[in-house]
Design a protein around this ligand. Structure first.
Ligand SMILES: Cc1cc2nc3c(=O)[nH]c(=O)nc-3n(C[C@H](O)[C@H](O)[C@H](O)COP(=O)(O)OP(=O)(O)OC[C@H]3O[C@@H](n4cnc5c(N)ncnc54)[C@H](O)[C@@H]3O)c2cc1C
Length: 373
């Protein structure tokens, strides 16, 4: 595996770091819900450099650069703790580029590229998370055949309170048809019948429930074929694998916690030092796994197993770092608002969102080790 970036890629990394100098105090990676206006403004500034369309084809106003550039960008943004990568420029745009009608591409892509509009992912439901194919939110055509009517509920939507549009998976076929009976829609968050209700999270941020009560979505806002969403969402997920869990976040967690332990007079303790050495090895493993995912993306080979291993390693490293500092830091680490305490609360959800650790282990055991059915 070649882990070195090219001269041009390194120059881009420098440019990103310089850009992020203006956002050093933003601190929007955790609790982005509290910083949305500032994060949105940063995405707008990125858009002026066309960084929201780094990998899009030139025909759609993109820069047609490979996944390495996207990795560098979002890894640096994560290291700077500025924000999480926006869904619109990734999953939504890539799906529209691949499957959208020309009218959809014309209507939506420029506004995504300029950072004007943002989306929340409406996939999970109370009884359909890991088993997404069980989702129940209904999408039925109205009698005139001009609209779909959405009825039902989504659950755990990140940032839905702030986003402009919803990227909604809904059941248009029978319940028994599972993944073969699901369609994908763009729904205006402000459409009549949409209610976003907060679900406070342990870290002080919020997820949301989104209720749909006879919400009318124009036919022109169905993306792809009716009942054809399943392969599209799989491909969209695959497109994002190299930027979903950027190792810069874990590296920064470790550096911040080392600084905190030193500032609190604990860095010289031999037991603390041994634990930090172990965590450093864990962080490097995470970095290597992330690069392995990136390498697979560059080569255009399937990265499912590498991405699952990366997710397990990344999220467990975050949790182990936060817990180690709580173990050593005593009451000071637990003071409300102290960084270790926030990190501990925040990392709890990391092993659930984006697919749970059990599901990731299942991917590794089945697809890499050939175990089970
Ligand atoms: C921070 C965060 C952000 C999120 N953001 C979004 C979002 O923006 N949009 C969205 O749609 N969803 C979002 N989600 C929801 C997330 O995708 C689901 O929580 C996740 O897929 C798990 O689904 P569930 O919560 O229904 O748990 P379940 O699927 O009910 O799982 C419960 C437990 O059973 C285990 N389990 C389930 N099935 C199996 C199996 N086959 N083998 C072994 N163990 C199993 C799980 O690992 C878990 O421990 C978010 C979640 C979190 C925590």
């Amino acid at each position: 595996m070649n882990t070195a970036f090219s001269k041009d890629e390194l120059a881009f990394q420098d440019e990103v770091r310089e850009f992020l100098g203006d956002y050093r105090e933003l601190d929007g990676f955790y609790c982005q819900g509290h910083k949305w206006p500032e994060v949105r403004a940063m995405f707008r500034a990125m858009a002026e450099k066309n960084w929201l369309a780094l990998s899009w084809p030139k025909a759609f106003g993109g820069m047609a650069l490979g996944p390495v550039y996207e990795f560098i960008l979002w890894n640096e943004v994560a290291y700077a703790r500025a924000a999480r990568n926006p869904l619109a420029a990734g999953i939504v745009a890539q799906t529209l580029i691949r499957y959208g009608s020309s009218a959809q591409q014309r209507d939506w892509l420029p506004r995504i590229r300029s950072g004007e509009i943002h989306f929340s992912l409406c996939y999970s439901e109370p009884e359909a998370g890991s088993d997404l194919a069980a989702l129940r939110l209904r999408a039925d055509k109205n009698a005139a055949g001009t609209h779909y009517v959405l009825n039902g509920q989504k659950c755990w939507q990140s940032y839905a309170q702030d986003m402009d549009y919803l990227w909604v998976l809904a059941r248009s076929g029978t319940q028994e048809s599972r993944g073969r009976g699901i369609s994908l829609f763009i729904c205006d968050k402000h459409a009549a019948g949409v209610t976003v209700s907060p679900l406070p999270t342990l870290d002080g941020d919020q997820l949301n429930e989104v209720f749909f009560d006879a919400v009318e979505v124009p036919l022109a806002q169905r993306v792809g074929e009716e009942n054809g969403a399943w392969p599209m969402i799989g491909e969209a997920l695959a497109d994002e694998r190299h930027i979903q869990f950027p190792p810069g976040r874990v590296r920064r967690d470790l550096e911040d916690m080392v600084a905190w332990l030193n500032a609190n007079g604990l860095g010289a303790d031999p037991v603390v030092r041994q634990r930090l050495a172990e965590l450093t090895v864990q962080v490097m493993e995470t970095e290597m796994l992330a690069l392995k995912v990136l390498e697979a993306m560059v080569k255009g080979v399937n990265a499912t197993v590498d991405a699952a291993m990366n997710k397990i390693s990344h999220t467990l490293a975050c949790q182990d770092i936060a817990r180690a500092v709580l173990d050593f830091g005593g009451p000071e680490a637990l003071v409300s608002g102290a960084r270790p305490e926030l990190l501990w609360r925040q990392t709890i959800t990391e092993t659930i969102g984006g697919g749970t650790s059990e599901i990731m282990r299942s991917v590794v055991s089945r697809q890499l080790l050939g175990l089970g059915g």
